[in-house]
Each structure stands twice: as structure tokens, then as C-alpha cells.
Design a protein around this ligand. Sequence first.
Ligand code: SF4
Length: 317
Amino acid sequence: MGWDALSLVDAADDRPPIERRAVVRGDFLELQARTVIERVPPAAGIAQRWAVSPYRGCAHACRGCGARAGHRKLGLDEGRDFDTRIVVRPNVAERLRAELARWDGQELAVGLGGDCYQAAEETYRLMPGVIAALAAAGTPFTVYTKGAAVLRDAAPLARAGARVAVSIAFVDERIRRAVEPGAPPAQARLELVSALVEAGVDCRVVMAPVLPLLSDAADQLSATVRRIASAGARRVEPVVLRLPAGTRAWYLRWLAQAHPQLVERYEELYDRAGLPSPGYEGRITGQIEQLCRVYGMECGAPPAERREPRAAQLALV
Ligand code: SF4
């Protein structure tokens, strides 16, 4: 069963569709999924076209998280439910192994539907199985995370040749507390980058999301890139905030309370699809590229990888 099919069941039952299918354990909703490799919306702004997520929803509770619409499809809301009701796929590794047996070797993103190293991972420990499945299939992958728990898996990630992208969009703690209230502080993530580099993991920093008019001033960008360079990162990937359906209303509701004077300017800056104006995005990306040159780092996402699937490699021997 794909995640999108959940809304089709038992119309007479007024519980959210997910609760009719899942085993509910506190804030966790355990759901046995039939398929786990999902298409990445082009507007996500990342290089990979396909993704696998052990969790849907995220306790890091980032206001501008682009994955919020997924909860609405499950009959939950994209605001507080996304932050507090985490959908867990206990069989993710098993299903992933089955799907990878027919995979064409394209790179997968891991953890877009919810951070794969959020607190739920301490309970469920799904990532070792996911990494093992991807490594066995020889599939390239990038793990997207803000969670220090990724360090637990540094050795298997390094052996698998995985990429890890740690999100650090700004280093101002006041902003972090307002827009990423459940995520670790920037300093903890900078230390995580240093530790991953030290452990031999191919690690970059995703400056995502740069928040228009809140974290995009020249001195803010400069301070952030400088500290990322000091942490030992060799590449920075800038991503300006996107406001797709499901994210837009939640973010703008907060903005109207916290910074009402900015709402109109956001309405002007974003199109109906939730993308920032190309002129604005190009200016911010250009500033970060220039800062990366100053600090000796590469800028931008590396191209998505493609490796010959392991089964095909064996067939050639
Ligand atoms: S850590 Fe990532 S997945 Fe989690 S809420 Fe923030 S942006 Fe979304």
C-alpha cells in the first residue's frame, strides 16, 4: 500500500485513516507499509528524485519543513500533528530490500518525510537496517538529518560510501528556538559535522532553509558560512525556504504572529507553487557561493549518483 492510498479505507469510521491502519503506541503510529521508495517532488530543491523515509512527521518541528503535506494525506494535520504524531514504518528495511532488488541504481535520499535520526530512532532503531539494505544493494544514498544520533551509524555509513547532509541554515539561537524548536542547537550540529568528518563520512552542510528577511542578512550568512568552515565541512548547499501546500499556511500563521510586518513581503516573494522569486533565490545563492570561495569550500549540491546495481555487477562477473 502506498501512503497516498490510506484515505480510501472505511468511510464510516471517523478516526483519521492512519489510526484505522496503524498500531498506536503513545505518539507513535506504527504502520506496515507495502512500498517505501517514494518520488521526491521537484520543488523540494534537492538532487535526488527518489527517497525512503523510516518516519513520517518530525519532532524537530521546523516551521518551514516541506514534508508537512504528507500528514494531511494520512488524515492528520500538517501542523501540530506533524510535530507530535510520528508515523513509523517498522518494516521499512524489509520492504526496501525487496524494492532494491529491482532498483536501477539511482541515488536515494533518506529521511525527507521526517528526520531519520529524530528521537523516535532511539526507540525503533530502523536506520541500521536501512543502511544495511542500501549497502547490500550497492545503491548510493544521501542521509538528510539534524540529529546527532547519526554518529552511532558513522562506521556503516562510511563503509557504504553514503553521503550525509547536515542542515544548518543559521547560527542565531533566537531564530532556531522560534522556527526549529525541537531541533538541536546549531552549535551541536556544527560539532556533529566535525565528528562525522573525523569519522571519515562524506559530510556536507545544507544551509536549509534560508529564511527570507529573517536569516538572510549579509552578516548572518557570513557568520553561518564561517562557522561551517571552522567545523571542517568542505561543501555547503544553499536552499532558500520553500512554501509548498501544507507548509505555507503553517509557516505564515506563525509569521503573522511573530513578524506581522513581513507577511505582505512574503506574499510578494513567493509564487503559487510556494517557490521564492528566482531573482531573490539567485541573489542569496550567489552571496553564499562567494562566501564559500572565501572560506575554501565548494558550493552547491553534488550531482546525484548512479551506480550499477550489485545484482547486475555480479551478473557481469
Ligand atoms: S528536521 Fe527536517 S524533516 Fe524534521 S521538521 Fe525539520 S526540516 Fe522537517
